[in-house]
Design a protein around this ligand. Structure first.
Ligand code: PEP
Ligand code: CO
Length: 446
């Protein structure tokens, strides 16, 4: 191919929001040089495969389930932790597949979700002001000057932690653990054992019958035993994602090989900013978060810049409006974009517009608000004849107490019991399954 090489550093001249204030630039440069030489975590061909799957979502033929921690931590990269998250995600996916009668594209906020945008650059406790925690990729969670000082060696740790996590994820999803009948058996346990689950006996029974029918027909496709699973994160720290961008030998095109999909957050999607510029150069499937103040003109300008060839699957909009705003803020965007003919996959993040502070000071979310935003998202798309293409959630496979509500109802007074998140509150295992069954009901009603 004789095309001009693509300039992957054009973003460096533009304002980059939310970057750490590294105290030692030469230490950063030596880490970045080391990252440049490390092997890819994913292959460009896998990114293309995910783009194909997302193209089906844009056409209304598939549904996305994207989720994981708000902020992964290095300490959290254990076998139990990763397995519990995957197990929960797969349990949710089977319910959604049955209800929607379409393939569910499974994408983790996993193996790279180590950097966080913050609303304030510093945090003050008891009169002491220190840099805010920006994710394990940047600094430590402990409130001490040593821990909160950005340390570029953490970029390397993020890479290695991502590699370990992705290796486990590949083993769990390809090595027989994710067998469909097994995943269904876990859902049957959830239905039998929890008050939340019992509401869903009927749906679980139908899935059971469908599986029994397939078994009787001796249908035993490969898809019953292994799962296609993709990684994603917010590509916030541009030095990291740039250093992991490689030119694909097959096509001569650049891919950010730190994850299959990367997204731009609500705070870094400025049209003339560094993140949008960097993303315009890489060939991965990409996402952009859209909050309630997004104008249709802004969304269309993002499309022009990020998907000028209008390729289906290239660009996913992740709407995070808030339950009280989604029914007003989303329709003008969806309508104008549909009218423009742009190929977009729409997914709903019902978490980030619904965060509030409990009297105890914990950041939390109500499961009912999360469900209401998803319901609003479905209503808007059904009314406009467009496809509600998926959900993007923050969850964990453990029994934490970070969000309120659910079948084993967690109330605000319970939040301190197991509040373990390094950033935003996550749905626990039961709340996540509850959500999946409720979204399945929405699917069937619509
Ligand atoms: C997030 O996904 O954790 C996040 C910070 O979201 P947003 O950019 O939508 O605020
Ligand atoms: Co978050």
């Amino acid at each position: 191919m004789s095309a001009e090489p693509i300039n992957l550093d054009s973003w460096r001249d533009l304002p980059a929001a939310q970057q750490p204030d590294w105290p030692d630039r030469s230490a950063l440069e030596s880490v970045v040089a080391e990252l440049h030489g490390l092997p890819p975590l994913v292959f460009a061909g896998e990114c293309d495969e995910l783009k194909d799957r997302l193209a089906a979502v844009a056409r209304g033929e598939a549904f996305v389930l994207q989720g994981g921690d708000c902020a992964e931590t290095f300490a959290g990269a254990t076998a139990d932790n990763v397995r519990n998250k995957l197990k929960t995600l797969l349990q949710m996916a089977i319910v959604l597949t049955y209800a929607g009668r379409v393939p569910v594209v499974k994408i983790g906020r996993l193996a790279g979700q180590f950097a966080k945008p913050r609303s304030k650059p510093t945090e003050t406790r008891g009169g002491v002001e220190l840099p805010a925690y920006r994710g394990d990729m940047v600094n430590g969670f402990d409130f001490t000057p040593e821990s909160r000082t950005p340390d570029p060696v953490r970029l390397l740790r993020a890479y290695h932690s991502s590699a370990v996590t992705l290796n486990l994820a590949r083993a769990f999803t390809k090595g027989g653990y994710a067998d469909l009948r097994q995943v269904h058996a876990w859902n049957q346990d959830f239905v039998a054992e929890s008050p939340a689950g019992r509401r869903y006996e009927q749906l679980a029974r139908e899935i059971d019958q469908a599986l029994a029918f397939m078994h009787a027909c001796r249908a035993d496709p490969e898809e019953f035993h292994t799962v296609e699973f993709y990684s994603s994160h917010e590509a916030l720290i541009l030095d990291y994602d740039r250093a992991l961008t490689r030119v694909d030998s097959r096509t001569g095109l650049p891919y950010d090989v730190s994850a299959h999909m990367v997204w731009i957050g609500e705070r870094t999607r400025q049209l003339d900013g560094a993140h949008v510029e960097f993303f315009s150069r890489i060939r991965n499937p990409i996402g952009v978060k859209l909050g309630p103040t997004t104008s249709p003109e802004e969304a269309l300008a993002l499309i022009d810049k990020l998907n000028p060839a209008n390729e289906a699957g290239r660009l996913t909009f992740i709407a995070r409006m808030g339950a009280s705003k989604v029914r007003d803020a989303l329709p003008p965007l969806v309508e104008k974009i549909r009218a423009s003919g742009a190929q977009i996959a729409w997914i709903c993040d019902p978490m980030h517009g619904n965060t509030f502070e409990a009297p105890s000071g914990h950041k939390t979310r109500r499961l009912d608000d999360v469900l209401d935003e998803v319901a609003g998202f479905f209503e808007v798309h059904r009314a406009l004849g467009t496809h509600p293409g998926g959900i993007h959630i923050e969850f964990t496979g453990d029994d934490v107490t970070e969000c309120v509500g659910g079948g084993h109802p967690i109330v605000e007074e319970d939040l301190a019991l197991r509040y373990e998140t390094a950033c935003d509150p996550r749905l626990n295992r039961g709340q996540s399954l509850d959500l999946a069954f409720r979204v399945a009901e929405l699917y069937r009603l619509s």
